[in-house]
Write a protein that binds this ligand. Sequence first.
Ligand code: ZN
Length: 269
Amino acid sequence: MTNLDRRTLLSGLAAACLGGAALSGTVSSAGAQTVPAVPNPPVPRLARGHDLVSLTHVQTNAPRVALTFDDGPHPTLTPMLLDILAHYRAKATFYVIGQNARRYPEILHRIVAEGHEIGNHSWSHPVLSRLGNASVLREIDRTQEIVWNTVGALPVTMRPPYGAFSHRQMQMLHDERALTTVVWSVDPEDWRRPGVNVVAQRMVRGARPGAVILAHDIHSPTIRAVPAALEGIQARGLSTVTMSDLLGWGRWGPRGLRYVRAPGADYQG
Ligand SMILES: [Zn+2]
């Protein structure tokens, strides 16, 4: 084996190990023709611009509420929910767990394609308030990365698992990552499984302009409660929108977000 052969082999192994990420320059094709490598673009950071550190609801008279679903995506329930939302022309925000997002990339694509928003619900759903800053940021960054690499957009808000996140941590997350922490103003406690009708009633009763309604798209009774909840919310003259819409930040998605380039990054933002 010549030195050149060995070098080519080693660079090929490195590319295989890294999935091509972070390798710039060239790789050799079988025909000895040199073609440019196509690395994954480095994950950008959100540009600063929103002063909001955290919120439980939005101060507004506009007849709109944000419907938010945590803990997914779920392989069957999230697609069912998307069908229901489409039927009622309702938009929602999905606070995904990074580990689940990695397993079901096609559902992430569908969420974005149908005009909904993706938020960050940590990588592994720990009690963040027990973690130090570095561990918190690792949980957040891994989920930002999987969402970015899957759909080409970054979450702009974070929902802490169990709502367990101190004000100091919220400020830290905002300072370090320009992410706004979104808690909630309406909690139907659907995870306790109080029954389909009770979940729907609680969601409707709490709905008022600017409300942030919490639910979980990993419980079947919750999904079955959504049609009645949406009918009740719409009967009160309220429409359901994404978090970014409720906040007046414009449409969330691969276009229109303000990013800053990661150091050394070269991508079209
Ligand atoms: Zn959760």
